[in-house]
Design a protein around this ligand. Structure first.
Ligand code: NAD
Length: 344
């Protein structure tokens, strides 16, 4: 049985990935996560008794920790790096956190790879590295489109992509990258648009929408993304990048209206707020490479999975309360707010 390390596996996509792999494949998984804000022990509780799974609390920014860990563990085949600071809004207020984890953390993992402690590295990236498109543009970003990131978040992810590709070229290391569009589904931290909208609507609270709400995102169901990620990890060509999109561009406003309709709530809950600085207008991916080379096919339809996601949050209000309690109290309120006060 192959032993792999998943970093950031207590977060949204990482925990969905681990769930999928434990249910569908024979891998032994070690999950390294710092349990920071969006990474919650609630997301991984169900795996704790699985004999193919182990959790290690750790920080990818800490090279000494990583080195000791990999020296101790033998025969690790590969690492899939989901660990990241992932929220664009926070990256605008505290960019350093993003540079530290999203660039230096990846650099640390690459240095461990270069020392021969494992064989294959998959870096999880994002469509945001390509920058944005005009609302009426028909263009789709391909894997070789120029990288033109606009936020501290997306620029930190683009930097990690470039460093990873340079390590492949310079040291002939086995590295692959996936760039997916916006994911949705269960276990997403409730600061992101879809869970935030559902939770605010359930409480009949105002739902904030940036600017005019016309910004377009291509929504991908998380299980389609984790199937694609596993496919790239198992079959992707060394040194290659793979886009993973859903061909499902929807404006933020239309998306929020859809959620309100599913919940039978009034659109008057919508409130337009001042736009995010440098807010990307539209993302759109050309995913033909992964379809052609790796025979990947998305299997989930948007509307039924959006309805399923809304139901999941309704039925798992306790999860929301616990992960907000756990994380907001420990990190968000103590750390983030204190630092905001310092700034003001
Ligand atoms: N969510 C999306 O729509 C989306 C789309 C495209 C790409 N991505 C990328 O996918 C990856 C996962 O995204 P997500 O939405 O699951 O994010 P998330 O914020 O839910 O999870 C990130 C995880 O990383 C952990 N982490 C953060 N810093 C760490 C550190 N220094 N050391 C160890 N662990 C650390 C957190 O505790 C958390 O468990 C990220 O790299 C993100 O850039 C996300």
């Amino acid at each position: 049985m192959k032993k792999i390390v998943v970093t950031g596996g207590a977060g949204f996509i990482g925990s969905n990935f681990i769930r999928y792999v434990l249910n569908n494949r024979e891998y032994s998984i070690i999950n390294i996560d710092q349990l920071l804000l969006s990474g919650s022990s609630e997301n991984i509780r169900e795996f704790s008794k699985n004999r193919n799974y182990r959790f290690v609390k750790g920080d990818i920014r800490d090279f000494d920790f990583l080195l000791k860990f990999f020296q101790r563990e033998k025969k690790i085949f590969g690492v899939i790096n989901f660990a990241a600071q992932s929220h664009v809004d926070r990256s605008i207020i505290f960019p350093k956190d993003f540079m530290d984890t999203n660039i230096l953390g990846v650099f640390n993992l690459l240095e461990i790879l270069r020392r021969g402690f494992f064989k294959r590295f998959l870096q999880i990236s994002t469509d945001e590295v390509y920058g944005d498109l005009k609302i009426d543009s028909k263009e789709k970003f391909k894997e070789d489109s120029p990288l033109k990131p606009n936020s501290p978040y997306s620029s930190s992810k683009a930097s990690a992509d470039l460093i990873s590709l340079s390590y492949h070229k310079t040291y002939d290391l086995d590295i692959v990258i996936t760039r997916s569009s916006n994911n949705f589904g269960p276990y997403q931290f409730p600061e992101k648009l879809i869970p935030l909208t559902i939770l605010k609507a359930l409480k009949n609270e105002k739902i904030p929408i940036y600017g005019d709400g016309k910004n377009v995102r291509d929504w991908l169901y998380v299980e389609d993304n984790v199937r694609a990620i596993l496919n790239v990890f198992e079959n992707g060509k060394r040194g290659s990048v793979y886009n993973i999109g859903a061909d499902n561009g929807i404006s933020n406003l239309d998306l929020v209206k859809m959620i309100l309709k599913i919940l039978k709530k009034d659109e008057c809950l919508i409130t337009f707020v001042k736009d995010r600085p440098s807010h990307d207008r539209k993302y759109s991916l050309d995913s033909s490479k992964i379809k052609r080379e790796l025979k990947h096919k998305n299997i989930f339809k948007f509307y039924p999975t959006l309805k399923k996601t809304v139901e999941w949050y309704k039925e798992n209000i306790k999860w929301v309360e616990k992960c907000i309690d756990e994380d907001f109290k420990k990190y968000y309120i103590k750390n983030y707010k204190e630092r905001l006060d310092e700034k003001n």
